[in-house]
Ligand binder design. Structure first.
Ligand code: UT7
Length: 318
């Protein structure tokens, strides 16, 4: 047996994102359910979210975001040999999204699989991509988080409809002389697996909001600190903290405990809602586009959600 030449490190080479055009404001929701802008902004932090129309699928959004990341990387489709899509809102179980997205982008016969770790999915997929590049199983990997939560939310249920949204974010991962993706810290609390669930195809997404809120605000900052420690990075060295965009109060509670006062905190939820596995790459790509973070800085990602699953790692911003 021979092990191929392995890369000393892997890094994110480029990012891309996509949001559906249709903006739904809190006032729009208040017209059809018993809610109001003040409650949603103060309890969740969302002002508006994007909702994809009937014909626009998880794969469609993933393809656009993935195509943008690929274009920004300067690579051609032939350079990519693995596609991973993190999602938990596909309409059907098969085929997987990754094979469809790879084909649509003209990537020839890539390894292709989906990851379902719900809102932590992108961080799981990024860690897997990094390991594949470092281990010599792939040269360049397209990693996409894409979600259409609007298809799985009961639009008469104010406890979920005001939170979730649609969108996609993507990253191209490739080899690097200096590591640009730190060790992942990942885990799960399966004892709370019933706290967020879609029971079967006849049911909508159900969430025990308070159970998840308590868990997220008490159990996750040690994960964030451990991800920094494993990467050899002090929180004071972070340029950005990009947690899953679940709830602005959760984001700010974890950020306070992280103690990275100098870091820009992703607050993409305000305009994008909670897009599950898409939220981290979507937020970081948009922050980069707006010039809020600089290329070469260090960002801490922290995904968490149904399972309950969590994962985080330090990455160099492309
Ligand atoms: O992305 C996956 C991970 N998910 C999360 O991290 C979600 C974590 N949980 C949360 O973000 C919060 O628990 C929610 C945003 C889901 C809910 O916020 P909360 O502060 O925990 O509210 P609550 O469920 O305790 O409800 C408080 C009150 C209730 O009324 P009463 O019983 O006190 O009279 C609800 O009926 O607010 C009411 N309420 C609403 N009122 C207006 C619930 N939803 C709404 C609404 N508009 N949309």
């Amino acid at each position: 047996m021979r092990i191929p030449d392995i890369a000393p490190g892997a890094k994110v080479l480029a990012l891309g994102h996509y949001q559906p055009a249709n903006i739904v404001t809190n006032d729009d929701l208040a017209k059809t359910m018993d809610t109001n802008d003040e409650w949603i902004q103060s309890r969740v932090g969302v002002k508006e979210r994007r909702v994809a129309p009937d014909g626009e699928s998880v794969e469609d959004m993933a393809t656009i975001a993935g195509g943008k990341a690929l274009a920004a990387s300067g690579l051609s489709p032939e350079d990519v040999d693995l596609v991973i899509v993190a999602t938990c809102t596909l309409e059907t179980q098969i085929p997987n999204a990754a094979a469809v997205v790879g084909h649509r982008l003209g990537i020839k016969a890539p390894g292709a699989f989906d990851v379902n770790a719900a809102c932590a999915g992108f961080c799981y997929a990024l860690a897997t991509a990094s390991a594949a590049v470092r281990g010599g199983s792939a040269r360049h990997v397209l990693v996409v988080g894409s979600e259409k939560l609007s298809s799985w939310v009961d639009w008469t249920d104010r406890s979920t409809a005001v939170i979730f949204a649609d969108g996609a974010g993507a990253a191209v991962v490739g080899p690097s002389d200096v590591p640009g993706i730190g060790p992942v810290v990942w885990g799960s609390s399966g004892d709370k697996s019933e706290a967020i669930a879609i029971k079967d195809r006849d049911n909508y997404l159900y969430q025990e909001g308070q159970t998840v809120f308590r868990w997220a605000t008490t159990a996750l900052h040690p994960v964030a600190l451990e991800a920094c420690a494993r990467a050899g990075v002090d929180p004071s060295e972070l340029s950005a903290f990009v947690p899953h965009q679940a709830n602005l109060r959760i984001i700010e509670a974890i950020a306070r405990k992280l103690g990275a006062e100098q870091a820009v905190i992703a607050r993409d939820i305000v305009h994008a809602g909670n897009t599950s596995a898409a939220s981290i790459p979507l937020a970081l790509s948009r922050m980069l586009e707006r010039g809020e973070v600089r290329s070469g800085g260090l960002a801490l990602t922290l995904g968490f959600g149904a399972g309950l699953t969590y994962a985080g790692q330090v990455i160099e911003i492309p």
